[in-house]
Design a protein around this ligand. Sequence first.
Ligand code: AMP
Length: 124
Amino acid sequence: MPIDATRPYDSDNIFARILRGEIPATRVYEDDWAIAFEDINPQAEIHTLVVPKGEYVSWDDFSAKASDAEIAGFVRAVGTVAREKGLVEPGYRLLANVGAHGGQEVPHLHVHIFGGQPLGRMIA
Ligand code: AMP
């Protein structure tokens, strides 16, 4: 069920619980700003989620309210994860769903990294 991205942050959302280590995830990366873990329902050969450690509902919330350091740290983390997965040469796709029309289901900002295969057109 897509969320309303304008609602306040809910600290019980599933990615907040993964960040706190309360529920398991296949973590592949962590630094001061972000963690990355494998999507539980992969839509491509490689489907990894990168999540900032700060409490932001969506890309909108993050881009408006996060500090420059948080934004730089998160963007670099996304790039590092893709690089470490060997995705730069074959190529990959980033996706951040926002709100109802974006189909966002988890109300904590996350960037999807898709790769490992040709991904076709932007929107099926
Ligand atoms: P979005 O629609 O952009 O909010 O995407 C949410 C993504 O989170 C989906 O691709 C789900 O498969 C994924 N997801 C939901 N719960 C978990 C979980 N516990 N561990 C890993 N990925 C999850």
